[in-house]
Each structure stands twice: as structure tokens, then as C-alpha cells.
Design a protein around this ligand. Sequence first.
Ligand code: AMP
Length: 187
Amino acid sequence: MTRLIFLGPPGAGKGTQAQVLSTLHKVPHISTGDILRSAVDQQTDLGKQAQSYMQQGELVPDELIRMLVKERLTQSDTQEGWILDGFPRNVTQAIFLEDFLATVDQHCDIVINVEVPANVLVERLLNRGRQDDSRDVVEHRLEVYREQTEPLIDFYRDRRKLASINGNQDMAAVTEDLERLLTEAVR
Ligand code: AMP
């Protein structure tokens, strides 16, 4: 059983690692960003409401995210574990998650903070070429991360859930570090 949260700035490689671990541990990779992007592509109600926030690099309102996460975490494939990537993004969302998990009698095993120096992040994001990856938006997303998401490091450290890894190494080395941490966490 693997239940893990990826924390870390945009461009840290959370999505890539979450995908690899999802395959290795046979648990769904839940990326709120991917779910939102697909909603925008399909122009669902959620997509229409989320679109302008995403284009500007702002967080989508908590209320929308709450509905999305609740729906996803009650689907049957998530009962044996999950990897969250891009959620929670602020303290309100983290408290919501904690309360929600308690009601379904689940708990998160570990929160992994992927550390990458700021200058490397900007380079990576600009090279990725996603629609919300223009320089202004990238810089704004990093600012939003520092203001709203970074406080979660202390939040989870206080709860003794936090582990950090160096995300500034090649992909395989990051995966190796992650696997080591996970083995220790579930022991
Ligand atoms: P990501 O793919 O995780 O970088 O997310 C892309 C964009 O989707 C973010 O810049 C936000 O606008 C939005 N988003 C993704 N996850 C969340 C979340 N948990 N809370 C609020 N907005 C989110």
C-alpha cells in the first residue's frame, strides 16, 4: 500500500517521478493539474471555471479543487493507495485532505518534498513549452508556490510526515532515492 504526496515547486519533476512510482507500485497517479488541463480541453463546467486562473498561474479556487479531489479519491481504484501530485497546494487544502482522509479511514504515509534550486526550475519550465510556461507566468507560479505552497513543508514536518530529496540529479537517481525513502516509510 502506497499513499504519498509529492510536494515541491513547479518544474521539480514531481509529475515524472509520480508517473514512474505509479507504475512500480501499481497505484494511481493523481495530478490535479492534469485533471484540470483535461477539463479545460473538454470545456467541461470545471474546465471553464478553472481556465483563466491556470492561464495566469494562479491557484484555482479551493472549492473546485475540493470537489475534484473528493470525487477522485472515492473512486474504486484509489482504495489501495495513491500518489498525489500538485495537491494540496495550500494549508486550507491540506487541512481539507487531512479531514477527508480521516472520514474514509485512510492516512498518508509520507510527504516527499522534491528540492531543486530556483534557477534550475525557471530553465526547466521555460524549456517544457506548456501553455502556462511563458516567462511571466512561470515567475508568477513560482511566487504563488513560495507564498502558498511552501508553508506546507512546515505543516507536514510538524506532523512528522515530511521527507526531502534532491530533485537536481538525473531521473534514475531521483527514483532510487524515492524508493529508498518509501521502503523506510512503510517499514
Ligand atoms: P500543475 O500541473 O500541478 O503545475 O498545475 C497547473 C495549474 O493548475 C496550476 O498553476 C494551477 O492553476 C492549477 N492547479 C493544479 N493543482 C491545483 C491545486 N491543488 N489547487 C489550485 N490550483 C491547482
